[in-house]
Ligand binder design. Sequence first.
Ligand code: 5GP
Ligand code: ZN
Length: 121
Amino acid sequence: MADVKNFDSDCLFCKILKGDIPSTKVYEDELCYAFRDIAPQAPTHILVIPKEHIASAAELSAAENAALAAHILAVLPRIAAAEGLTGGWRIVSNVGPDAGQTVPHLHFHILGGQRLSDRMA
Ligand code: 5GP
Ligand code: ZN
């Protein structure tokens, strides 16, 4: 399916990008892919990932990834609007064990569809 830059055969989200693991697609373009989280923590819970294996936001560099990062940030509100999240929504990107990152492929959670917790941690 999708061309994945720096494809990692051990990475769950790289396998989803390849179509080896099924997912429910919400949005796709040449740089990123969005799909529904398998264990939603809000009525709307979407994951947005680059079509490039980058382990987390800690691996982003301005020199290498500025265009990709800006593109994904611009796509997030378009997905939220398409999902009808008129009351607001939250973006989360967990980095590393203290944040509970379980899949080491950069991803942005879009959470919404209800009043979200006042606390973020
Ligand atoms: P993290 O904890 O790394 O920030 O987020 C990983 C997310 O991936 C979790 O919310 C988890 O529910 C989701 N997830 C894990 N495995 C799968 C899968 O096979 N399919 C989908 N759609 N989501 C997954
Ligand atoms: Zn990956």
